[in-house]
Design a protein around this ligand. Sequence first.
Ligand SMILES: [Mg+2]
Length: 290
Amino acid sequence: MKRPAVFFDRDNTLIANDGYLGDASQVQLIAGAADAVARVRALGYATVIVSNQSGVGRGLFDEDAVRAVNARMDALLLAQNPAAKIDRHEFCPFYPEAVIEKYRQDSPLRKPKPGMILAAAEAMALDLSRSWSIGDAPRDIAAGKAAGCRTILFRAPGLPPSQAVKGDESSVPNYTVSTLGEAVEYIARVAVEAVQKVAIAKPQAGRGDAKLESIAEQILIELRRKNHSEADDFSVSKLLAGVVQVLVLATLLLGYFQSRGDVAWLQVYVLVAMTLQTMTIALLIMSRQK
Ligand SMILES: [Mg+2]
C-alpha cells in the first residue's frame, strides 16, 4: 500500500528565508519546524521538501550550495528532535529568465507546477490523494492541488512574506494556519476523521451483509424444513400404504382359509380387503400430492 507524504516548502516554511539562501551557516529553523516534521512522520507520513531555488539559475549560488543548506537544515531539525527526519529533498534550480543558460527554462518542476511532487511520488511510491502540501506561498498551494494533494497555507505572523506570496492568490488552500503546530493538528484531525468514517462505514456494510446473510439463512432453513417435511410425509405415507397393503394380503389369505367354502364370509373378507386396498391407493395419492 502506498503511503502518504507531507510536502513541505522550505523557505519561510521550515527555515526563515525570504530571499535567496546559499549560505548554510545562515540557516535558522522556523519555530516548531522540528516537532512538526517529527509528528507527521509519527502519523505515518513521509516528509519531503519541495523547493524552488531560482537563486541557482540567477547565478547567486550553485546547486551544491542548495544541498549544503538542505543538509544544515536536516542537521538542525534532528538536533532539535531526533525523530524530525526529512525523507527526501527536491529542488528546482530552473527559472525562465535565468542568467545561466542551462537553467533558463520554464521547468515543469518549478512550482506552481507539480513536477517536484510528482517526481518524489514516483520515486517513493506515495499516495498523493492522502498527501499534503504545506507552504507559505500560493504556488505551494497550486502545486499541491495540481498534484492531487490537500493543502495548507502557512502564514507566520512574525515572518515577512516571501516574494511568491505576491503571486497568484487564486489558489485557495484547504486550511490556513499561523503555526506549524496547527498544521499538524489539522492533518491529524483529518486523518482521524477519515479513520472514523471507515469505522462507521464498515459496521453499516456489515449490518447489510448480516441482513443478507440472515435472509439467506432463513431461506436455507425454510428449504431444509420443507425438504425434511416432504421426506417425513413421504416416508409415513409410504409406510402406512405398505402396512395397509400387507393387511390387504393378510385379509385375503385369512378369508381364503377361514371362509372354508362359505361364499358369504369370503365376500366379507374380500370387501374388507378392497376397502383396505382403496385406503392404500388413497394414501399413495395423498403422499404424491404433498
Ligand atoms: Mg516559501
